[in-house]
Design a protein around this ligand. Structure first.
Ligand SMILES: NC(=O)C1=CN([C@@H]2O[C@H](COP(=O)(O)OP(=O)(O)OC[C@H]3O[C@@H](n4cnc5c(N)ncnc54)[C@H](O)[C@@H]3O)[C@@H](O)[C@H]2O)C=CC1
Ligand SMILES: O=C(CO)COP(=O)(O)O
Length: 353
């Protein structure tokens, strides 16, 4: 049997960590995987040098994951097509902003038998309707696509702190291959046959993480308030999934991709952190704060909040999701941060006996 060739598409904060996980396992399973892991790097000049060359010579992603040495069987490639040609496993770990263009460039150009995975936490709206990233990948590349999501803040995983992740994959054989590719003793994986819910949870939790950051920043309340926002947010996540994916399985919400990621992201994570500053810096735009605080890394929560709002508004359902609504309107400065809590105080949950 020929060896699976692996390409990681995206070399940001998480993409670099994921490349490390894969590079450790391609060496661990030499009869299954080609030992080299190909990493597509969107080329940038950092202190006068090409980022791809820095990664290949120093094995450090000095822009997105400073201070951590990556395995030397990771090969950084700045040409998207060259990075993916002949690959059997394509792992998408780019900010959602760049996915349409990347998929478009790869159209008709990947191996017919390839399998894909998305680790992107977001979704798109196409013709007014919700469209999963995995669907875009399936449609544009004509390959199956699973999802891996979880409570996986990159900084913790690169330090090899114990955590879990969830693979959503409806094909048992593919689940086994992906698990072998990413699982380590500190990164434990559970596979569930509920692709859509796993992917949706990764996207939706970012909006609740923004809400948690707004609570922290505006000092609208203490830990009690934040816990309430997280609980109500969790309920909205479940209701939203049930509404748009009627086959969603309730048990998936107890996996790392849902409850655990919601908690991790509401206490750590970039969405929470930027929202906290946003609440305190009324004269600055979100884009300015994102640039200043993240230096090239990207937030996914605000785009997802906007997407949710547009879908719900189209169906006159916005009022049923007060946290999703209030986060979006606050982040686009349609309502002041001081009103954020007022918007969620009449949550439909409180009219249920
Ligand atoms: N950072 C984290 O802790 C985690 C992130 N994720 C998710 O993984 C996805 C990727 O996130 P990160 O790796 O953290 O990325 P990041 O936030 O570090 O973003 C930077 C990435 O964007 C790329 N980029 C910049 N301009 C580009 C362009 N014009 N075309 C193509 N690529 C361009 C950069 O090369 C780099 O790979 C996101 O959806 C995120 O939510 C998931 C779990 C953990
Ligand atoms: O998804 C994440 C952790 O699981 C990272 O979240 P942030 O993008 O908010 O940092």
């Amino acid at each position: 049997m020929s060896l699976y060739k692996v390409t990681i598409i995206g070399s940001g904060n998480w993409g670099s960590v994921v490349a490390k996980l894969a590079a450790v396992n391609t060496l661990k399973y030499p009869s299954l995987f080609d030992y080299k892991v190909y990493l597509y790097v969107y080329e940038e000049i950092v202190e006068g040098q090409k980022l791809s060359e820095i990664i290949n010579t120093t094995h450090v992603n000095v822009k997105y994951l400073k201070g951590h040495i990556l395995p030397d069987n990771i090969v950084a490639i700045p040409d998207l097509f060259k990075a993916c040609v002949g690959s059997d496993i394509l792992v998408f770990v780019l900010p959602i902003q760049f996915i349409p263009n990347v998929c478009y460039q790869l159209r008709y150009r990947v191996k017919k038998t390839a399998i894909a995975m998305t680790m992107i936490k977001g979704f798109n709206v196409e013709d007014g309707r919700l469209s999963l990233i995995s669907n875009t990948i399936r449609r544009e590349l004509n390959v199956p696509c699973a999802a891996l999501m979880g409570a996986n803040i990159a900084e913790g995983v690169i330090r090899e702190e114990f955590c879990e992740a969830t693979i959503g994959c409806n094909d048992l054989q593919h689940s086994e291959i992906f698990k072998k590719l990413f699982e380590t003793k500190y990164f434990r994986i559970r596979c569930v046959p509920d692709e859509e819910t796993v992917e949706m949870c990764g996207a939706l939790k970012n909006v609740i993480a923004l809400a948690a950051g707004l609570v922290d920043g505006s000092r609208a309340g203490s830990q009690n308030t934040k816990a309430t926002i997280i609980r109500l947010g969790f309920v909205e996540m479940i209701e939203f999934c049930k509404r748009y994916f009627p086959n969603t399985r309730l048990e998936t919400f107890f996996e790392s991709c849902a409850i655990a990621d919601l908690i991790a992201s509401s206490y750590g994570g970039r969405n929470r952190k930027v929202a906290e500053y946003f609440a305190n810096e009324p004269e600055k735009t979100l884009a300015e704060l994102e640039e200043e605080m993240l230096q090239g890394q990207k937030l996914q929560g605000p785009i997802t909040a906007a997407n949710i709002y547009s879908i719900l508004e189209r169906e006159s359902e916005v009022e049923k999701f007060p946290i999703f609504r209030a986060v979006h309107l606050t982040m686009i400065k349609k309502i002041p941060v001081s009103e954020f809590m007022l918007c969620v105080q009449n949550h439909p949950q409180h009219s249920i006996l």
